[in-house]
Design a protein around this ligand. Structure first.
Ligand code: PLP
Length: 397
């Protein structure tokens, strides 16, 4: 790997494939496997130790060369010692946490977390005897005051994928490491391209490969990358729970990764253009885009991030539900749908105030979360403009 050029665009096209080993075929093949045959008794017996090592073909559950190709590509782009591939982003969230907490332990979870992550803490972890305390996304080094003797993990999601506060990852990581905690972070928004977690003190990094990495709204995928000390605990937990991603899905995620830098660059530019346009609209309150100054933690984004993806939020100066419905329902190009990171633009209504316990949400207006896809921005802006006209009409009736 050491002779590879260093830019992410190049790495994304090269990492995890080796055509000379594969008859010159550009992409790695899809290996389907459960049974693996061993030539001798001795090699069969050595598989037990090998299954905890990266890149060893020992049994279908532990991955095939298709899996290892994606794992290698992820660690090349993101850094860290190793990666495991999971069947969904939520599986990645759950497995990463379960690797480091036991009954009687305590976890610090960011108040802006992805809602199913919160549900996992409130339902599953509570049931297992693990207590969660939610903390202000903007707490920074103040996290130290929340650490208890039984706290094992600080979990970050930066920016929050609904409310977009950017966290002070290095300050939180320093405070956590001073007390021996593990630092877990959901990096789905930034992707391995726009935030390098291991340069900022993260131990375990979680991605929904479902989003930008696969990029075409046709696959569920999760990925965990981690430092060397965290590799064994995570890998043992993942396989202890029998988690394994299918070979076709894994291949498809790797194919998406090849074009991630280009898609993201284009979507990032387009999102910023749409965000700036929204900021000037009288119908819009706050625009929560980490690259714009209104976004809490914007300075941290400037300090630590290499770019902004195309998911952001804005508040509407209306809490009239029927006006908001009229805005959303009449869209020609924007779909109403969860998930994001594909080529198509999306809008969803959100109510962050209902999802928080540690911090109050300042707006009682509707928050609209917007995902800007690859359509032409003029067409997207025209669609939004028509939407605002529909709100205006209702307001004046
Ligand atoms: C979507 C998402 C997940 C979960 O991913 P799935 O593949 O949908 O299970 C986790 N974290 C964040 C921030 C997400 O947006």
């Amino acid at each position: 790997m050491s002779d590879l050029p260093e830019h992410d665009e190049t790495l994304a096209t090269r990492a995890g494939r080796n055509p000379p080993e594969n008859h010159g075929v550009v992409n790695p093949p899809v290996y389907r496997a459960s049974t693996i045959l061993f030539p001798t008794m001795e090699s069969f017996e050595s598989r037990v130790a090998d299954r905890w090592q990266p890149g060893k073909v020992v049994y279908g559950l532990f991955g095939t060369p298709t899996t290892f190709a994606l794992e290698e590509a992820m660690t090349t782009l993101e850094g860290g010692y190793g990666c495991v591939v999971l069947p969904s982003g939520m599986a990645a969230v759950a497995m990463a946490i379960l690797a480091f907490v036991r009954s009687g332990d305590h976890l610090l979870m960011v108040d802006a977390a992805y809602e199913p992550t919160r549900m996992f803490c409130d339902d599953t972890l509570t049931g297992l005897g693990v207590e969660t305390t939610y903390y202000d996304p903007l707490i920074g080094e103040g996290i130290a005051a929340l650490i208890r003797p039984n706290t094992r993990v600080v979990y970050l999601e930066s920016p929050g994928s609904l409310t977009f506060e950017v966290q002070d990852v290095p300050a939180i990581a320093r405070a956590a490491h001073a007390r021996g905690l593990k630092v877990l972070m959901d990096n789905t928004w930034a992707t391995p391209l726009y935030f390098k977690p291991f340069e900022h003190g993260v131990d375990v990094c979680i991605h929904a490969g479902t989003k930008y990495i696969s990029g075409h709204s046709d696959i569920m995928s999760g990925l965990i990358t981690m430092t060397e000390p965290c590799y064994q605990p995570v890998r043992r937990t993942v396989f202890g729970f029998g988690q394994c991603a299918g070979p076709d899905d894994t291949y498809t995620v790797l194919r998406g990764l090849r074009t991630l830098p280009t898609r993201l660059k284009q979507q990032s530019l387009q999102a910023l253009k749409v965000a700036r346009w929204l900021k000037d609209r009288p119908e819009v309150g706050r625009v929560l885009h980490p690259a714009l100054p209104d976004c809490p933690g914007h300075d941290l984004w400037r300090r630590d991030y290499l770019g902004a993806s195309s998911l952001f939020g804005f508040t509407l100066r209306s809490n009239d539900r029927s006006a908001v419905a009229d805005f959303l329902d009449g869209m020609r190009l924007f779909g109403i749908g969860a998930s994001w990171g594909g080529f198509e633009s999306l809008l969803i209504p959100a109510y962050p105030g209902q999802l928080r316990t540690a911090t109050a949400w300042p707006d009682d207006e509707f928050l609209i979360r917007i995902h800007v896809g690859l359509e032409h921005t003029d067409d997207l802006i025209a669609d939004l403009e028509q939407g605002f006209k529909r709100i205006g009409k209702l307001g004046s009736e």
